[in-house]
Design a protein around this ligand. Sequence first.
Ligand code: ARG
Length: 269
Amino acid sequence: MKLLMCPPLYYGIEREINPRMSRSHQSNPQLAQEQWRALYRILEDHLGAEIALLEPRKGLPDMVFTASAGLVWGNKFIASNFRHEARRGEAPFFDNWFQVRGYEIFYLPEENFFEGEGDLLLCGDLFFAGYHIRSGITSRQKVAEILGREILSLELTNEWFYHLDTCFCPLGKGQALFYPAAFASDALKVLEDKIGALIPVPEEEARRFACNAIVVEKNVVMNDGCPQTREKLRALGFSVLETPLSEFIKAGGSAKCLVLKVPHAEKQE
Ligand code: ARG
């Protein structure tokens, strides 16, 4: 498994683009580095991941959240169109990384907001797209055409859970964690209709980003302090690795936001 990560060298809470972020509630740079490195180690040592690194850039503190760079599908890379100006400066660096590695890059029209794997997740063989808060509904059709696949849309209604990967975590075919209060009622119907085993996460654990977990086969890596979710996952046969990510939660991200799956990337130079 290959993942793309970006070290938190210039990470910090500089802008407030989601309700979690407050400049008066700064992250500790030293602790952020340690937490990021611990996550890196778990992924490499326990999950056998091959990790490619993207060079961090000054003035782009959210670049650590590589999941929102875009969507990778085969050798296609659909570049994100960030809703907030604060993140738009990251896009050329993300796009360039894929460009030089020979990916076919797709850009969406400027008015179609799209925030990559933050809002588009595969559960079994079904694509689910979160929209309304970050990605727009208008990007769905274009993304579906590029992927050549149907995409099911899920309206997100709770600003605290602004990306789909903050409230929905596919575990395998027909199985996912979710936080019900993040979705519009139509979206809940779609989830209930399409996913046989939907496992609700309690509010306090959803707020600790229980749904923002990295799932690789029967392994789950997530923020610490989510005991109910951990036990449910264990009962389902998953091995759960917890690692503290408090400094990234201050920016509205956790384990899954910090990685992007890049199945076809060449080895890191
Ligand atoms: N501060 C970042 C933002 O608001 C966090 C991104 C989290 N990424 C994710 N895939 N959910 O955009």
